[in-house]
Design a protein around this ligand. Sequence first.
Ligand code: 0O2
Length: 222
Amino acid sequence: MNQLSHSNIGDDADSWKTLMFIYNSALKEVGTKLEILNDEFQHVHQYNPIEYIKSRIKSPQSIVKKLKRNGYESSIANMEKYINDIAGIRIVCSFTSDIYRMAEMIGKQNDLTVVSVKDYIKHPKESGYKSYHMLITVPIFLSDRVVDTKVEIQIRTMAMDFWASLEHKIYYKFEGNAPGYISEDLKECSEIVSMLDDKMLSLNEAIIKAKEEQEKQMNFNS
Ligand code: 0O2
């Protein structure tokens, strides 16, 4: 990606605005792609793998905080280089199987480059956090150049999203120093969330099977 400037964030208002414009454009590009994939899936399989999509640009305060947490100075160059989730998209699916289906469809898009994948579903974080993360780049075509722009895609089920949202609030309430028993309880809740996801997935499979058998029976009788 073209580097914009090495000045301090806030010192160079033009570079900041240009960068934000590019990240916003990346969110639009990827958002449209995801909608098309979802619509196509509905068209072919009469089923929507995506419940909803949320996108956001990381706030300047969170960017500065993350740079500091990782030991970097607050500069535009550092934020472009080290902060991967300035543009973030969250895809919330019904079932765990939809997550991998979505990830595969995203990976097959020729104009997107998958930079890295973190599977916190197969390998949950110490906190109990579960989600599937893909860091991708999307080319943004400007009038005089093409800028490959990073977007972090988080894919999770509604239950995982529910857990992560609450955990995030609690984490911020205690500024990362939640009492041990609260962290333990949260971890236990994350296991309950996994059980719920597994149960809902097998229930869905049972529903599909029962429906197919019912249709077969109806065809046989007619
Ligand atoms: P916020 O406030 O949500 O934006 P990398 O981005 O790969 O260089 P990082 O940031 O450690 O390194 O990547 P990771 O682990 O993939 O986490 C990125 C984001 O995932 C976080 O962004 C959170 O949104 C989410 N996340 C990761 N771990 C947890 C967790 O334990 N609980 C919750 N609720 N969310 C988590 P930020 O910038 O840390 O936070």
